[in-house]
Design a protein around this ligand. Structure first.
Ligand code: KG4
Ligand code: ZN
Length: 337
């Protein structure tokens, strides 16, 4: 079984080939030029995908030493994401499928992240708790099996990734903010400033906009007319990162007392954060359960997770028509196939 996966939901063009359930190649071309604008510019993203995607598909096939005729399934991200960007990948996949008669499988990007732990040697076992911390989404889920995903909690405002990106912007660190905050936090004192962690009535929901505002107030109060010294940036980044980790792990701890699971998986771009990984590992150790976090190349947006999810759906016998449309936002029904 050969699967060609395509991912173009945001600012990464990615193409992967899965050969007999193993990743043979996972090429990722990141659109770094968005840094110039302090965030992703949707129209520029679509244009870059248009230019990059076909050459990347050719390169992926070449690296695997196969031709398009050897491919059995063409999978592409259908949503959620930037609509223009999604349309590029989805329509290329549809075109290849239409002209070659190969099976077409549209994939929900968040489902791609949720099951990205299955790309690892050690895989999650069902049922597992899944903490999705991507640029656009923060979700806590109970994954009962490949088709039953129960939503326990969701962010009521910003996602964790957005909080990293917006805080980095306020500190003048540029985009994407996560890795930059992590770098400065490594040199700072996380206990010097105490940023608040939102407490919500809904058991597993998250909120990060208050944290973002308190960073802003702190900066306005202390550095209204002056530049922020590097050592202070480090302390602010460390205290901010600590507050995000506390907010995320508090809900994970609650869910672990309410649900009996043997594994937990943390996925999405923010799952690359080293301090968050360490904290999650210590929680998993305390509960004597296994923690599966994908390797860094599978945490951020990548086509290997799209191909992997497509294979699961194919094995379940789910069929899709070429009329399947791209969708920009995650809705209640998108987890239902
Ligand atoms: O999953 P992803 O690649 O894109 C979406 O599907 O949205 O996640 C991107 C997010 C960005 O907000 C980025 O700042 C964050 O992941 N990120 C990190 C780290 N690396 C990437 N956040 C914290 N620490 C990191 N090391
Ligand atoms: Zn993503």
């Amino acid at each position: 079984m050969v699967i060609l996966g395509i991912e173009t939901s945001c600012d990464e063009t990615s193409v992967a080939v899965l050969l007999e359930e193993k990743v043979s190649v996972n090429l990722i071309s990141s659109q770094y030029f968005h840094e110039l604008y302090g965030g992703v510019v949707p129209e520029l993203s679509s244009r870059a995908h248009l230019q990059t995607l076909i050459p990347l598909i050719k390169k992926a096939l070449q690296k695997t030493s196969i031709s398009i005729n050897d491919v059995d399934i063409i999978a592409a991200t259908a949503g959620p994401g930037l609509i223009g960007a999604l349309l590029v990948g989805l329509n290329v996949a549809k075109g290849i499928s239409y002209s070659s008669g190969k099976v077409f499988i549209p994939v929900n990007h968040i489902e791609g992240h949720i099951f990205s732990g299955f790309l690892m040697e050690e895989k999650p076992s069902f049922p597992f708790l899944c903490l999705v911390v991507s640029g656009g989404h923060t979700l806590l889920l109970l994954v009962e099996d490949e088709l039953r995903i129960k939503r326990l909690g969701v962010t009521i405002d910003d996602s964790a990734g957005e909080a990293f990106d917006k805080t980095a912007k306020m500190l003048g660190l540029g985009y994407p903010g996560g890795p930059k905050i992590q770098y400065y936090a490594g040199m700072g004192n996380r206990t010097k400033i105490n940023f608040p962690v939102a407490r919500l009535n809904d058991k597993y929901n998250f909120s990060f906009s208050g944290l973002k505002t308190s960073v802003l107030r702190y900066l306005q109060k202390n550095y209204a007319d002056s530049e922020i010294p590097k050592s202070d940036i480090a302390d602010i980044a460390a205290a901010f990162q600590e507050a995000v980790i506390k907010a995320l792990t508090a809900n994970v701890r609650k869910a672990l007392t309410d649900y009996k699971v043997e594994s937990i998986s943390m996925v999405g771009g923010v799952a690359a954060n080293v301090s968050l990984r360490e904290k999650m590992q210590s929680i998993a150790n305390q509960h004597k359960i296994k923690l599966i976090i994908p390797a860094n190349e599978y945490c951020g947006d990548n086509a290997a997770m799209i191909a992997c999810r497509a294979l699961q759906l194919y094995k379940r016998g789910i069929k899709y028509s070429l009329n399947y449309n791209a969708f920009p936002a995650l809705s209640e029904k998108v987890f239902i196939h």
